[in-house]
Design a protein around this ligand. Structure first.
Ligand code: CS2
Ligand code: MG
Length: 419
């Protein structure tokens, strides 16, 4: 485990010491684009925040550069809550993924600084450990059921206790989640959105067969998850959830687009398959009804896209009141900085469920020295002050931004659909 090298000596910090003297937006692309915010105090303490929004990176970078950085210089880095309120209420045009990712980057960097000033890991600042390590799930993808089952076997051998499984859909050329042979899956693969075609009937036929085969091949103990990725109507999602009940999924994710939170009530009426949603949410208001009516079991809204630790802590506490657990989004399009902060949060949060863990490549991890590691199915954070992830700026500078956008999906009749 490599530790960050900046000044981490506890700095008691007077207001002057805590004054923000530098804020820098760094866009780098070691295999995929990341946006990172670096904040420096007068006493030389450095904090890092992730601001990556897949396919919209430059929108967040510009928001930070033009509307956040000028307001950061001179502020007291210790006034985390006030800074959050300033950028949330002060935006006027509040909420939305771009604004809340920018606020998140500031917030995480300030919590990182607080940890370094106090000489404490972030989980301790939140209230200390609730668990030794965070249960994580890996991604097993296959072009067909057999390939997906082989992938599940590979991750079981690596020690994973929970595995998400996706397989290709016969007749559908490029379904979500399926990478081209042997390459890790990075969905934003082209400068303009790649057009894909979707068939719900064929998907609803094969998905139950995938999990029937996985239970036959791998037994009942391994936790299996599946991502519908917003592509069904509520009644179709209800049918799929019911058809998956014999295979006891840990969760079925993004069953249907959730702008209409009430849609999930229809799914709930028909099935006991646990439901997870929220990776595209950016505030508590996107999921208030889903949580208070217990229409879901796990909330996936994560730190980088929902205003950082300060807001997601409120969201997690609200979820706890309604017995909903966290299951943070953790795809490779959230940087290791977000993973570090999320793991500290996961280590503390009492109503933790599971953490998604798509592997960042070695090339990406070289740019982001980090203090967390995988052991026996769980990710464990170290005790370095703050969130334990930093950036090698020289190395980052070698990877300029590459224009990339996420795919779109159309139905077979050409109508736009959800990807
Ligand atoms: C997916 C994501 O990991 C997941 O659950 O939904 O990979 C999602 O497709 C990407 O984050 C989009 O950028
Ligand atoms: Mg997902």
């Amino acid at each position: 485990m490599s530790l960050s090298t900046e000044n981490t000596a506890p700095v008691q910090g007077s207001h002057r010491d805590r004054e923000i003297v530098e804020a820098k937006v760094i866009v780098t692309s070691p295999g995929r684009n990341f946006v990172t915010l670096k904040i420096v105090t007068r006493s030389g303490v450095v904090g890092w925040g992730d601001a990556t929004l897949n396919g919209r990176e430059l929108a967040v970078a510009a928001y930070l550069q033009e509307h956040v950085v000028p307001n950061l210089i001179g502020r007291d880095a210790g006034r985390i809550e006030d800074t959050w309120q300033f950028f949330y209420r002060g935006a006027y045009w509040r909420r939305g993924p771009v604004t809340m990712s920018a606020i998140a980057a500031v917030d995480v960097a300030l919590w990182d600084i607080l940890g370094k000033m106090a000489g404490l890991p972030l989980y301790q600042l939140l209230g200390g450990r609730s668990r030794e390590g965070a249960l994580v799930y890996a991604h097993a993808n296959g072009r067909d059921i057999a390939e997906a089952s082989d992938e599940v076997g590979k991750y079981r051998e690596l020690g994973f206790l929970a595995i998400r499984a996706q397989c290709g859909v016969p007749g559908v050329k490029k379904a979500y989640g399926i990478s081209t042979a042997g390459k890790p899956y990075e969905p934003a693969e082209s400068e303009l959105p790649a057009e894909t075609v979707w068939s719900t009937p064929r998907y609803l036929d094969i998905a139950p067969r995938l999990f029937e085969q996985l239970r036959a091949d791998h037994g009942d103990e391994i936790e299996l998850l599946h991502d519908v990725h917003h592509r069904l109507t509520p009644i179709e999602a209800a049918r799929l959830a019911r058809s998956l009940e014999p295979y006891r999924l840990f969760w079925m994710e993004d069953a249907t687009p959730a702008e209409n939170q009430q849609s999930f009530a229809l799914i709930r009426q028909h099935s006991v398959t646990p439901l997870a949603v929220g990776e595209v949410f950016n505030s508590i208001w996107d999921c208030k009804q889903l949580i208070e009516q217990q229409l879901i079991d796990y909330i996936r809204t994560t730190i980088v896209h929902a205003g950082g630790i300060t807001h997601v802590r409120r969201l997690a506490d609200f979820a706890a009141l309604h017995q909903v657990r966290t299951g943070f989004h953790g795809a490779t399009d959230l940087s290791p900085v977000c993973m570090g902060a999320a793991l500290h949060f996961d280590t503390w949060v009492p109503n933790f469920g599971i953490q998604e863990y798509m592997f960042h490549s070695e090339q990406m991890l070289e740019v982001f020295p980090r203090d967390y590691e995988f052991r026996a199915g769980r990710l464990h954070v170290g005790d370095s002050p703050g969130h334990g992830v930093s950036m090698d700026e020289k190395l980052a500078a070698r990877y300029p931004y590459v224009p990339r956008q996420l795919p779109v999906a159309r139905l077979e009749d050409g109508a736009m659909w959800d990807w």
